[in-house]
Design a protein around this ligand. Structure first.
Ligand code: KG4
Ligand code: ZN
Length: 364
């Protein structure tokens, strides 16, 4: 049996989990720092790393206690090595290395994005994924030839990418955002509308009573007749500017301090609809173009209700999307990604460094 203790500290959640055989969550503990960063309207890096130092040991101890496993039962350590905030990543990486060194266990440095992607492999993570995709070993999977290629849409605070997953650890990048990530757009628009941090959930909540067709916000890079090379790419900075322009037109100008009563619900709903539209439109197009049988959606923005509904209704092939608690940052997803990395490539060297700008290793 494989029993991996996984640690995630790339941003503002201190998280630890114990994962059995790559798919079963024995424990999953997340200490969120949201309240600490709220007064700053975003993650304050120094505060984040200091809080990780306070929380990391109790979080790991809680994850081990919840799992019912003893230190001696563990077979490997896994930790996020990037991308993320350098100071935050270091806390998790050094703690994991110390445990691995002290207990003579292998360690696997995991790409955070690969973690999000593998959230779909967890038992609780892929409710729509049939057992045939979640349970068998990589060899069985590949032999069955049914799981791959998969199409993956990663939508997080720092990334928006469409990836063709051809096998475990084998990724082909089909498209990415040219500017802001989808989550970043939610966070920026939340600020424009005077909503609280974190922006994604705040915009979603504000949009609940709003009319998604009240404002006709742009769907960028969807005119393939003139933008063929951007067929699977995204751009959200123009959308953010369009919301800003609309807010100003309605009489509210942050630059001059003029404040009008804004139709926040309609603005939020119309913005959200524009983001969801392009995400789903391009994912559906990529799925058809590449003839995949299945789609996985993951990352913090996958927690968005409007996106979840559109994924369920508007994609041409079955799609899996993890439950809310596995969409936002957690260590369970790092443990399952590590399980497959360990099988395919073996452990990392103990002297690996954190990489704040680490990209997903893609084949072109
Ligand atoms: O994956 P994640 O937890 O961290 C990164 O790896 O970036 O994603 C965080 C992002 C933030 O931008 C947050 O606003 C967004 O995910 N987010 C949402 C929702 N929940 C989180 N965006 C839209 N709707 C949500 N319900
Ligand atoms: Zn994340």
């Amino acid at each position: 049996m494989s029993l991996i203790l996984a640690i995630e500290t790339s941003c503002d959640e201190t998280a630890a989990a114990v994962i059995e055989d790559g798919h079963r969550i024995r424990s999953n503990v997340v200490a969120s720092q949201i309240e600490l960063h709220r007064p700053y309207g975003g993650v304050y890096p120094e505060i984040a790393s200091r809080q990780h130092v306070y929380d990391i040991v109790p979080v790991i101890e809680a994850a081990l206690a919840d799992s019912g496993a003893a230190w001696d039962d563990l077979t490997a350590l896994a930790v996020t090595r990037g991308p993320g905030l350098a100071g935050s990543l270091l806390v998790g990486a050094n703690t994991a290395k110390a445990i691995a060194w002290g207990r003579g266990l292998p360690i696997i440095g995991v790409n955070h994005l690969e973690g999000h992607l593998y959230s779909n492999w967890l038992d609780e993570g892929g409710k729509i994924v049939p057992a045939a995709i979640t349970r068998p070993s990589p060899a069985e999977l590949d032999a069955a030839g049914r799981a791959f290629p998969l199409l993956v849409l990663i939508v997080s605070g720092g990334h928006t990418e469409i990836i063709l997953m051809e096998g475990h650890g084998r990724y082909r990048l089909l498209g990415a955002t040219l500017d802001d990530a989808a989550g970043e757009a939610f966070d920026k628009v939340a600020r424009l509308l005077g909503l609280s941090y974190p922006g994604g959930p705040a915009v979603q909540k504000a949009a609940e009573g709003g009319n998604p067709t009240a404002f006709d916000f742009p769907r960028a890079l969807t005119n393939y007749a003139i933008q063929a090379e951007h067929r699977f790419n995204f751009s959200f900075s123009g959308l953010k500017t369009a919301v800003l322009r609309q807010v100003r037109e309605l009489g509210n100008d942050p630059a001059t301090g003029t404040v009008a009563t804004l139709p926040v619900a309609d603005l939020a709903a119309s913005f959200q609809a524009a983001v969801v539209d392009v995400l789903v439109m391009k994912t559906a197009d990529a799925a058809r173009t590449h003839g995949v049988a299945r789609i996985c959606v993951c990352g913090g923005v996958a927690a968005n209700k409007a996106l979840r509904q559109a994924v369920a209704e508007r994609l041409p092939v079955p799609a899996s999307i993890p439950p809310f608690f596995l969409c936002t940052d957690n260590a369970a997803m790092i443990g399952t990604a590590a399980h497959y990395r360990l099988l395919s490539e073996g452990p990392s060297a103990l002297d690996f460094d954190v990489e704040p700008d680490l990209a997903l290793q893609v084949e072109r």
